[in-house]
Design a binder for this molecule. Structure first.
Ligand code: ADP
Ligand code: MG
Length: 358
């Protein structure tokens, strides 16, 4: 339903690569279409692997869902009531990773903001959302409690929070972590090359010589920006304010919230991060949205991110030199340029305004 408009993918097999057929499965998990593409794998084996992957992802969806009954909802209820609640190893790792990321991003990424996400009406699968924004008083009250993953601690196989207002929400990181877990499994099962694509946020790898993937990066407003070639193993994640938002009285409120103001972020339309892990790319893309046009570059440096692409409201592109090196800009030939007006799906706008930010 919410297929990201910025990324679509193609497998490129050069010369004699791809002798074995490519196997493919699609299912609806994490509120989005998940596509798994396996290459260099036996057909029968692939079907078993894909069935297992679907089961694993469904389990993660159930365990980490912020409002449907499950492990995370039980934990959040326990926090609010000053109790501890049981958790499993995966969820523990997700919490620990979120705590580290909150520190590293100076609080731009804060997975303890479930209460605020709910206040803004985003705990629903019912789009479009037209609920009115929360009152200033309600936001101020939430801010007063300073919810944070730093209040979360573990006691044996249980998790507790010293702050009852901390409510965990992994919307900004769950897909990244899930993709990493699945890629680990695929590699362990001997799958030579794969793409795990959760609605345009993906990780792709190839351990097969002369076989690689092309990830097409599209502009959130129009056209194809270019292609990223993945020959080894990379995650490409995009956060944007153009797909999930509350619309009330003509005003749009993005689903990425600044934990320090309690309000939606506004001046960046999308951030795409290329990194070695899904977890890092997913969380970083969300955090850079929060850092905004003024802060994204400094934060990307302190997070040691290399390849970042930012699109502002005017459609201008900002790229780090590493993204510039990885992204082959799409340059339409003259015939295609003539088509620009009629075929926005395939053709790029000619002459994007691009700034390389060192
Ligand atoms: P997308 O859903 O488009 O992939 P993100 O990865 O940025 O976008 O995730 C957005 C989700 O992350 C929100 O719906 C919410 O659940 C959560 N979230 C919003 N703001 C923050 C934040 N500042 N820190 C951590 N998580 C956030
Ligand atoms: Mg994210």
């Amino acid at each position: 339903m919410f297929k990201k408009s910025i990324v679509f993918i193609t497998l490129i097999c050069s010369l004699s690569a791809c002798q074995k057929p490519v196997e493919y499965a699609q299912f609806y998990i994490f509120g989005t279409l998940v596509d798994i593409t396996l290459a260099d794998v036996d057909k029968v084996e692939a079907q078993q692997i894909l069935a297992q992957v679907q089961q694993d992802l469904q389990q993660m969806h159930n365990d980490w869902h912020p409002w449907e009954p499950g492990m995370l909802v039980d934990i959040n209820r326990a926090f609010a009531e000053g109790r501890c609640a049981p958790l499993d190893q995966k969820l523990k790792e997700l919490i620990v990773a979120s705590q580290t990321l909150e520190k590293q991003t100076g609080g731009s990424f804060n997975a303890g903001i479930g209460g605020l996400v709910s206040l803004w009406g985003f705990h629903t699968s019912d789009y479009p959302i037209h609920t009115p924004p929360p009152s200033t008083a309600a936001i101020d009250k939430w801010l007063q409690f300073q919810p944070s993953t730093q209040s979360v601690y573990f006691q044996g196989d249980s998790v507790c929070s010293s702050n009852p207002a901390t409510q965990l929400d992994f919307g900004g990181i769950a897909k990244g972590y899930a993709v990493d877990l699945i890629v680990d499994k695929l590699k362990a099962a001997g799958v030579g090359a794969a793409i795990v694509n959760t609605g345009g946020d993906l990780r792709a790898y190839s351990q097969v010589e002369r076989q690689y993937w092309h990830i097409a990066v599209r502009h959130p407003q129009q056209g194809l920006i270019g292609l990223i070639e993945i020959t080894a193993d990379d995650a490409v994640f995009t956060s944007g304010n153009y797909q999930r938002y509350v619309e009330h009285q003509g005003q749009r409120y993005a689903h990425i919230l600044d934990p320090r103001t309690g309000r939606p972020v506004s001046d960046i339309v999308s951030v795409t991060v290329l990194a070695s892990s899904g977890l890092q790319a997913d969380a970083a893309a969300t955090a850079l949205m929060v850092a905004g046009l003024k802060g994204w570059h400094e934060l990307s440096k302190s997070l040691q991110l290399e390849a970042v692409l930012v699109v502002d409201e005017a459609g201008k592109l900002y790229m780090t030199p590493a993204m510039d090196a990885r992204l082959a800009l799409y340059e339409p030939d003259e015939d295609e340029i003539a088509e620009v007006e009629t075929n926005t799906e395939k053709t790029a706008k000619v002459g994007w305004e691009i700034e390389i930010v060192k």
